[in-house]
Design a protein around this ligand. Sequence first.
Ligand SMILES: Nc1ncnc2c1ncn2[C@@H]1O[C@H](COP(=O)(O)OP(=O)(O)OP(=O)(O)O)[C@@H](O)[C@H]1O
Length: 485
Amino acid sequence: MPGKRKRHYDVDFTLRRVFGKRNFRPLQRDVIAATLEGEDVYLQAATSFGKSLCYQLPAVVDFGITIVISPLLALMNNQVTALRKANIRVETINSTTTATAKAKITEDLQCGHPLTRLLYVTPEYCQLDYFRKLLRIVYSQRELARIAVDEAHCISEWGHDFRPSFQQLSYFKTEFPDVPIMCLTATATARVREDIIDTLGLDSSTLRFFKMTTSRPNLHYEVRFKNDEDDHYPNFLAWIRATHARRASNAERVSQLQSQNQRTDNVSGIIYTLFRKDCELLASRLRSDGIGAKPYHAGLPHTERADALAGWVENRPGYDVIVATTAFGMGIDKENVRFVVHWQIPKSFEGFYQEAGRAGRDGKASICILYYGREDVDRATQLMSRDHAKQPTKGAGAAAQQQQFIHRGQSLEALMNYCEATNKCRHKLIANYFGDEEVPPCDFACDWCKDAEALVKRKEERLAPKEWVSTQRELGRYAVDEYDC
Ligand SMILES: Nc1ncnc2c1ncn2[C@@H]1O[C@H](COP(=O)(O)OP(=O)(O)OP(=O)(O)O)[C@@H](O)[C@H]1O
């Protein structure tokens, strides 16, 4: 119910009974208490911290309905499936919702006292007059409990260009000033934070601000150097085969997996590529080498994508590795992802951290490998310029888009510096980028801490010289016009 509240909620009981968890993780309880008291909340915490619980649990214990604004279809469907398993009344309206299901949800909202506890929608849906009318009915009955904006960094990253609906989310504070808002993200620099707060119309003097470390100590970060002259596929294939062999030779691990009804030959992972072409090619190459791999990109039919995601989430044979463009993964919670590989430098630092963050969500050691070649930095830059060229050059949003383009360039440059760095722990480099105050632990969990000298040597041996790359660039060698992404 909107407004400042003081009511007793048995959150520990609900945590155990409904969500099946024994204890809160550090600060989850405080975040939950703040939103239940009717405060606006900003929560920034590492990937896999457990941010979703911070709005899901209040939605279950509190009166009224929680509207969750989520940017991606797969993410919504993933969360809805998980919540339904816990018998929580949750719905989603998106392009995959059937007309019958939509009519039922509408009816539930129209009565003003919805039985639905959580409703997942896109920012685009929040713009529809029809939906806003329904929200006003619920609000008039004091049953609009809270608004949660998941993956809130998308407001800043996408809202200025291809998803302008994010910019319209200030509607909630204007129309329902006493309904608490919670925004959640794993990846926001100080500038992005300000942008989020500003766009949502939140008052920073009263906003409850929770910012935790971005550190993921169980992730092992590694940069592998490459150049255009060499195919790095054999390097990856050798690595994954060695991983399979290691697992098969560990009798204890094999019997543990068997007792849990898990396949012993399933090393679940994701490979991110910048281009659709690479994505399909790589998946088929892996399959022909006996590794169960499926492609996933926005150009594939919805049914094929849904099948790839479902097979991978369920650990089905033949679906161990997803080869995806960035259309995959944000917010997806699959616990046993043992590796995330970037086939070339991703387009932004935030994207890199988010995607790497799909690994090791069960807390077990997992590896994040980034194949870095200087030639690819040029390709990523060109891709960005190509996206930018599609934006209108005049009109109200043009200046903001120009600014956004500059920020994207800075983010890519920061990632390039991360890859080139041979003088600092990778966990520390990530923490620096996101402005963490704490120094992250790294127990030999990065290539620099493991063996700095060997890292320097590999870099010298494998990267193309800067001068050579710049000459090739001038010759237009790295044009990406033929790529679809
Ligand atoms: N208190 C808890 N005890 C045990 N497990 C928890 C707890 N809170 C959350 N989890 C589990 O942690 C995992 C990650 O949670 P969640 O998906 O909410 O992460 P997130 O912070 O949104 O991460 P990302 O930003 O990467 O999407 C989930 O499997 C969730 O069930």
